[in-house]
Design a protein around this ligand. Structure first.
Ligand SMILES: Nc1ncnc2c1ncn2[C@@H]1O[C@H](COP(=O)(O)OP(=O)(O)OP(=O)(O)O)[C@@H](O)[C@H]1O
Ligand SMILES: [Mg+2]
Length: 256
């Protein structure tokens, strides 16, 4: 059964403390309650060290909370190892180099990604149908990369690579897309293209997306909801109705 788009993230009293009991103790996530409905595109803003990445790491399972619960689609995943949720959760990081294998071709990178997310059937990716599917999906990006699928991915620009990483990460049965400053290392034009692709993929694959950014313009132009974090807590939560009525200057006033 395919679950496209029916993810719902339910977070209750989530806490993550690092270095507990030591002088350098940090309550990185400090009592967060948050419900995210399927198909929402949530943009998270907040100053450095406010706990944004920690929250994403808790959702993906790369770290386990000190207290509280996380439910995905009604399943309690609070203590589930990350590789047991990775089938549903796609992540893209700041560094365009981190999501892919440089020396391998675009096509081989897609094969690897397919293998990673499939529970069975390692023969995935060697068929002509797979190749066609990859080319078709890459064409969707509108960057002309569908004609370069035999080229090592390391020869592409950071923006091209980040766009492919995004696409790769959502091609299988993923429901949730977690983006931690995916455009921070890109020039403004490439950043715009990549964020646009993230938006397109969210709609196309009916994903539930969380984007961390320091870019207020993106927070204004994209997403269905804006959350501000500060000191491990949610300071502001602006839903779709209110976001629609916002002016860009409001955001600058609040978050700038
Ligand atoms: N593994 C860790 N060990 C110890 N402290 C950590 C760890 N990870 C994060 N922290 C601390 O937790 C706090 C929140 O960090 P986090 O990375 O979540 O912030 P952020 O909002 O993503 O910041 P930025 O905008 O700079 O990326 C910071 O004080 C950070 O130093
Ligand atoms: Mg961060």
């Amino acid at each position: 059964m395919t679950f496209y788009g029916y993810a719902m993230i339910q977070i209750t009293n989530l806490q993550k403390t690092f270095n507990r009991g030591k002088a350098n103790q940090v309550n990185a996530v400090n009592g967060i309650d948050l419900n995210i409905n399927s198909g929402e595109f949530v943009v998270i803003l907040g100053s450095n060290g406010s706990g944004k990445s920690t929250l994403l790491n808790l959702i993906s399972g790369s770290i386990i909370p000190s207290a509280g619960t996380i439910n995905i689609d009604g399943h309690d995943v609070t203590k589930l190892a990350d590789y047991r949720r990775s089938k549903w959760i796609a992540r893209v990081f700041q560094n365009p180099m981190s999501g892919t294998a440089s020396e391998l071709s675009i096509l081989d990178n897609f094969r690897l990604a397919a293998i990673r997310t499939k529970t069975k059937g390692l023969n995935i990716g060697v068929t002509e149908a797979f190749r066609r599917n990859v080319k078709e999906k890459i064409a969707m990006l509108g960057m002309g990369l569908e004609n370069k699928i035999e080229q090592p991915i390391g020869t592409l620009s950071g923006g091209q690579r980040q766009a492919l990483t995004l696409l790769m990460s959502v091609m299988d049965e993923c429901k949730i897309l977690l983006l931690d400053e995916p455009t921070a290392a890109l020039d403004p034009k490439s950043a715009e293209i990549v964020i646009n692709i993230a938006d397109k993929l969210t709609t196309e694959f009916r994903l539930t997306t969380i984007l961390i950014t320091h870019n207020l313009k993106d927070a204004y132009n994209y997403g269905t909801r804006v959350i501000q974090m500060g000191q491990g807590q949610i300071l502001k939560d602006i839903d779709f109705e209110h976001k629609k009525k916002l002016k860009q200057t409001d955001l600058f006033e609040w978050f700038g």
